[in-house]
Design a protein around this ligand. Sequence first.
Ligand SMILES: [Zn+2]
Length: 167
Amino acid sequence: MMNYLELKEQKQQLIEGKSQYGAAIVCIRVNVPGEQKKFAWSEKIHRHASLKFEELFLNQAIKFQRIEEEFCNLFYEYISFYRVKSEPISVKRLTIQLESDEEIGRLLDIDVYDFKGNSISRDEFDIPDRQCYLCSEPAFICGRTRKHSIQELHQFMILKAEMLEDK
Ligand SMILES: [Zn+2]
């Protein structure tokens, strides 16, 4: 297993390799707590999220291109990468909209990078911290204090996945 810093470095290289002048890179992941991230339900949530993303950007008439496999062996989780022909800031604004989606928004981590591979932070927008799946605390606090067990969090996600229609 690579350590956290090696993994971060690898990820940065991966993003830079996909970058292109005039385009933003979008990376969609399901926020699965714990080491094991490959489940039928996480795949279903990921597939649904990618379709929602494509729908939203098609509706906005923003050009995008999908550039990665469903399952990423490097990070051992479901990831989709898109190259989007638009301003990274406005792309980020749209992905935040997706993250506030009632069905699955809170289960997703969507990162947006500019053509140099710099990540666009949520802090640049005036929006509240993301809420925990299970209680009303900000998610980062429950994550830090490990307030909920991995099983509890997975159970919530499994229920969410079951409610999604099959596409
Ligand atoms: Zn909580």
